[in-house]
Design a protein around this ligand. Structure first.
Ligand SMILES: [Zn+2]
Ligand SMILES: [Zn+2]
Ligand SMILES: [Zn+2]
Length: 54
């Protein structure tokens, strides 16, 4: 049995919804990308279309 749970990226300014399967998890939170997980310290966005986070 596979349960896929969708949730919003834990990055505040990110609007992306990811499934926990694909998410990058860090400190118990789920992020859509490494950039979000790292708090955009690299200055990059999550690279998803229409998302302005980062
Ligand atoms: Zn995003
Ligand atoms: Zn994100
Ligand atoms: Zn982000």
């Amino acid at each position: 049995m596979t349960t896929v749970t969708s949730m919003k990226c834990a990055c505040d300014s990110c609007l992306c919804v990811i499934s926990t399967d694909d998410a990058v998890d860090k400190d118990g939170k789920f992020y859509c990308s490494e950039s979000c997980a790292n708090g955009h310290t690299d200055g990059k966005g999550c690279s998803h279309q229409g998302c302005t986070c980062g």
